[in-house]
Design a protein around this ligand. Structure first.
Ligand SMILES: *[C@@H]1O[C@H](CO)[C@@H](O)[C@H](O)[C@H]1NC(C)=O
Ligand SMILES: *[C@@H]1O[C@H](CO)[C@@H](O)[C@H](O)[C@H]1NC(C)=O
Ligand SMILES: *[C@@H]1O[C@H](CO)[C@@H](O)[C@H](O)[C@H]1NC(C)=O
Ligand SMILES: *[C@@H]1O[C@H](CO)[C@@H](O)[C@H](O)[C@H]1NC(C)=O
Ligand SMILES: *[C@@H]1O[C@H](CO)[C@@H](O)[C@H](O)[C@H]1NC(C)=O
Ligand SMILES: *[C@@H]1O[C@H](CO)[C@@H](O)[C@H](O)[C@H]1NC(C)=O
Ligand SMILES: *[C@@H]1O[C@H](CO)[C@@H](O)[C@H](O)[C@H]1NC(C)=O
Ligand SMILES: *[C@@H]1O[C@H](CO)[C@@H](O)[C@H](O)[C@H]1NC(C)=O
Ligand SMILES: *[C@@H]1O[C@H](CO)[C@@H](O)[C@H](O)[C@H]1NC(C)=O
Ligand SMILES: *[C@@H]1O[C@H](CO)[C@@H](O)[C@H](O)[C@H]1NC(C)=O
Ligand SMILES: *[C@@H]1O[C@H](CO)[C@@H](O)[C@H](O)[C@H]1NC(C)=O
Ligand SMILES: *[C@@H]1O[C@H](CO)[C@@H](O)[C@H](O)[C@H]1NC(C)=O
Length: 427
């Protein structure tokens, strides 16, 4: 979201610079099919002046108080096309346009109902932002690098169905969006679907790899061919019930499934390695975490919290960071994970495993002092019944507080902090 805000501010500045510099649109449009570096049209009459051009070069901005507008014959824009703050614009069409070498932006068009780009095949980026009245947007895009659709009233986003690869796809805050079906095979930077309608369903039935994936507020998602997420994968605060990623073998950085309160099925049977943290937290209906039976290595910390009774990490061989396993179910047994820890498979300083009935925690570290060992053994015997006070602190606080009991009161915050830090990293 921070990225988006910055991008928006930058665009606003750029747009006002252009209109201030070219105060009368007539001059810039009059020069024929070359717009110089940029031109601004504020009336259909301005657009009529370039109606005979099949190819335009330069950056064209359409703004002001036009009611409807059309770019009749233009087939190619060697530059960008931006419709911005045209507050009376109801309809726009550019049905001959096939290529925009730069960006196509429709932004802050408060009454725009329909936009038609019936022949459009290729753009560098397409940005649809703050279109509170739009109901249809038509294209037949074959090639685009960046797609951002935010804050629109679109119920479906058609016209992207033949795209095979993009670098960025970001669809957020479109509150009526009910489904998005994509034929993308790869996303080389980031794929984000967030804060749309509560019942948004997405399918990425051909996606094989993506650099980052983040989904929020999604009701259903399918990724039947997904094999690799090069950086991070996060499912956060969705209404989804089933996350099944059968083909996924590798996540390069953080794997995170948090706060999905309707989630009952989480299956990643082929996942063998996670390069960063492995976080499955706060999914209140997830009682069996048995979908990770092939997970072997975790490059960061492992955090599993919630109300689960089963946690199957039977192939796990190496965890580079800490381990925090907490459930309030009383029938979960820490014995398997404790065995891993005592074998040295969990390399971080901090190890916590708690269930609803009793708790046990220990600190594994070459520098473990005798005072910590005694803390650990007292924790084994304590009955914490869901209270968090008996867990060990993070590695940094245990180092700082060598021999001080104070550190024992830190974990609630440090656990939430570490989960929050992972969640923020996914933004
Ligand atoms: C439009 O603005 C640009 C950038 O300031 C300037 O270079 C160009 O000469 C202006 N065009 C006209 C026709 O005023
Ligand atoms: C259009 O604007 C972009 C930056 O937004 C600039 O890099 C490019 O040179 C401009 N195109 C022309 C033809 O001036
Ligand atoms: C948008 O256009 C209206 C007039 O149509 C103008 O008053 C307003 O300042 C413009 N807003 C921006 C951010 O350019
Ligand atoms: C906009 O297009 C619709 C059909 O798509 C048409 O019914 C309506 O009259 C048009 N509105 C304007 C202002 O041109
Ligand atoms: C997406 O696919 C689902 C199931 O195949 C279908 O019900 C839905 O209508 C599709 N959505 C769009 C926008 O095509
Ligand atoms: C995507 O992953 C890269 C690392 O490859 C990271 O630097 C970047 O911040 C991530 N972007 C998003 C939006 O998650
Ligand atoms: C991501 O991983 C896939 C599959 O291993 C690979 O083909 C692709 O080049 C990688 N992409 C990036 C951006 O590293
Ligand atoms: C989850 O989403 C709901 C709205 O759908 C919101 O009220 C809540 O704050 C979100 N929680 C988190 C942890 O993001
Ligand atoms: C979860 O989804 C997968 C594939 O999307 C499907 O094969 C499986 O039957 C579903 N499981 C449940 C319990 O709905
Ligand atoms: C795991 O991957 C292998 C090879 O790609 C495949 O044959 C197998 O069906 C996958 N497992 C699942 C549960 O899909
Ligand atoms: C867990 O869920 C509770 C209540 O739904 C929420 O207050 C808390 O912030 C969540 N924790 C995380 C780490 O998302
Ligand atoms: C676990 O805690 C949640 C609230 O934090 C509560 O709703 C749930 O009933 C508890 N489950 C068990 C088994 O104690």
């Amino acid at each position: 979201m921070q990225f988006k805000k910055t991008a928006l501010a930058a665009t606003v500045v750029a747009a006002s610079t252009v209109s201030a510099a070219n105060s009368t649109s007539t001059q810039s449009i009059a020069s024929g099919c070359s717009l110089g570096s940029s031109a601004t049209a504020t009336a259909q009459a301005d657009l009529d002046k370039i109606a005979s051009c099949t190819e335009l070069s330069g950056n064209l901005t359409i703004t002001g108080s036009l009611g409807s507008a059309a770019l009749a014959n233009v087939k190619k824009i060697d530059g960008s096309l931006k419709l911005y703050n045209a507050t009376d614009l109801v309809n726009f069409s550019a049905d001959s346009l096939t290529v925009v070498t730069g960006g196509l932006t429709l932004q802050d068009l408060t009454v725009l109902q329909s936009a038609s780009f019936g022949s459009l095949q290729q753009v560098d980026s397409i940005v649809l932002q703050t279109l509170p009245a739009v109901s249809t947007f038509t294209t037949n895009l074959q090639k685009a690098n960046v797609i951002q659709i935010s804050d629109t009233t679109l119920e479906s986003v058609d016209g992207f169905s033949t795209l095979k690869e993009v670098s960025e796809l970001n669809i957020n805050n479109n509150r009526y969006l009910s489904s998005f079906n994509s034929s993308l095979e790869s996303v080389s930077d980031s794929l984000q679907i967030s804060f749309n309608g509560e019942s948004t369903q997405v399918s990425f039935n051909d996606l094989v790899w993506a650099n980052n994936i983040t989904l929020r507020d999604v009701e259903r998602a399918t990724f039947p061919k997904l094999e690799t997420v090069n950086a991070s994968l996060g499912f956060i605060n969705n209404t989804i019930t089933n996350i099944t990623l059968d083909k996924l073998t590798k996540v390069g950085q953080t794997f995170s499934v948090t706060s999905n309160n309707d989630l009952t099925t989480l299956e990643c049977k082929n996942l063998t390695s996670v390069g960063g943290g492995f976080v499955v937290a706060n999914n209140t209906d997830l009682s069996n975490i048995d979908g990770f039976s092939n997970l072997q290595t975790v490059g960061g910390a492992i955090i599993v919290t919630g109300e689960f009774s089963t946690l199957d990490l039977s192939s796990l061989k190496s965890v580079r960071g800490d381990a925090t396993i907490e459930t309030n179910a009383s029938n979960y047994s820490c014995s398997a994970i404790k065995k891993l820890q005592s074998n040295g498979a969990i390399q971080g300083d901090s190890f916590v495993c708690k269930n609803g009935a009793k708790s046990s925690s220990s600190v594994q570290s070459s520098a473990t002092s005798s005072s910590k060992s005694s803390k650990t053994s007292s924790n084994h015997n304590s009955d914490s019944t869901g209270s968090q006070s008996a867990t060990s602190a993070s590695s940094s606080s245990s180092k700082k507080s060598k021999g001080m009991a104070v550190a024992q009161f830190a974990p609630v915050n440090s656990l939430m902090g570490s989960i929050a830090a992972v969640a923020i990293a996914l933004l």
